[in-house]
Each structure stands twice: as structure tokens, then as C-alpha cells.
Design a binder for this molecule. Structure first.
Ligand SMILES: [Mg+2]
Length: 165
């Protein structure tokens, strides 16, 4: 596989709210594996806000099960997942796919029934493609980001330019 193909998501949307959930259900997907920081809320938030709560409601209404798959320390991501009422895999080690494997086992889901959703190429997208599961990239929730994510964004921009996504 070409290196840029490995970093290209199956689909890109402006936000999680633009994801066609009904279409994914029709295609046999049943489980959403969700990044949190800058996907479902502000980067490094300690608790979810309405944006995340409403999306999880929408996901449930569409008939999905879902699980947070976060690289964050266990305390923060577990707290967020608990508030949202969904399971969580912490220390997911994205871009390694092992967090996704743990989530699939936890959710009793086959890879072909799962969708990874996140805002970063170098963590979420690569992990999703390596698993492999259907992988959706969303544009970041807000401009504010922790410094080490800011450092990665120019390289991500270059990859997106070359990969045309
Ligand atoms: Mg993120």
C-alpha cells in the first residue's frame, strides 16, 4: 500500500453531525469507535458538552452502539465516557491499532461492522486503516489545540494535499 493511501480516510466530513448515520447502518455498520478531543468536543476538555451529548443521542437513535477510543490518560477519558454513558478504551496508543482491537473485543463487534471516527490523520486515521476498519475523518472541533497537536498539523496538511482529502 502506498504510504499516502495508508493515511487516507474512507470519508471526510465537516463535523460528526455531517456523517450519514442511516447510510452506514444500511451498509452493515453497527459500532462507532469515537475519538474525543477535537472530534466530540474541545481539545482536552474534562467533561462533555451539549455537542457530544446530542451526537451520542443521535447515534443511539440511528441504532448504533459506540465506544470512546482515546489516547488520553484513563481518568479524563473514563470520566467523559461515563458522563456520556458509553464504554471507553483508554491509552489506545493510536496510531497503533491495538486500542481499536480492544474496543472491538469489548463491543463484541467485527472489524467490518465498525467505524473509526476522529480528527487527526496521524492518530485516528492511521489506526483505523491499520485495524482495518472503515475510517472517517472530521474537521477539528475548534482551533484551540494542545502544542504537540499543533506541531503535527502542517505535516497533516501536506499529507492531505498530496492524498487529496
Ligand atoms: Mg482528536
Amino acid at each position: 500500500m502506498n504510504i499516502f493511501a495508508a493515511m487516507k480516510p474512507d470519508a471526510v466530513y465537516g463535523s460528526v453531525y455531517d456523517i450519514p448515520l442511516d447510510k452506514l447502518r444500511e451498509e452493515g455498520k453497527k459500532c462507532l469507535l469515537l475519538d474525543f478531543d477535537n472530534t466530540l468536543g474541545p481539545d482536552h476538555a474534562t467533561k462533555p458538552d451539549d455537542y457530544a451529548y446530542k451526537f451520542i443521542d443521535k447515534v443511539r437513535e440511528a441504532g448504533f452502539i459506540c465506544c470512546l477510543v482515546s489516547n488520553a490518560k484513563s481518568g479524563r477519558s473514563a470520566g467523559i465516557a461515563e458522563a456520556l454513558g458509553i464504554p471507553c478504551v483508554t491509552y489506545a496508543h493510536k496510531p497503533r491499532p491495538d486500542g481499536i482491537f480492544r474496543a472491538l473485543k469489548l463491543m463484541d463487534t467485527k472489524a467490518e461492522e465498525a467505524v473509526m471516527i476522529g480528527d487527526q490523520v496521524f492518530t485516528d486515521v492511521i489506526a483505523g486503516r491499520l485495524a482495518p476498519v472503515y475510517t472517517i475523518m472530521v474537521e477539528k472541533y475548534s482551533r484551540k489545540e494542545i502544542w504537540y497537536v499543533v506541531l503535527k498539523r502542517p505535516f497533516e496538511k501536506l499529507v492531505r494535499l498530496i492524498g487529496r482529502f
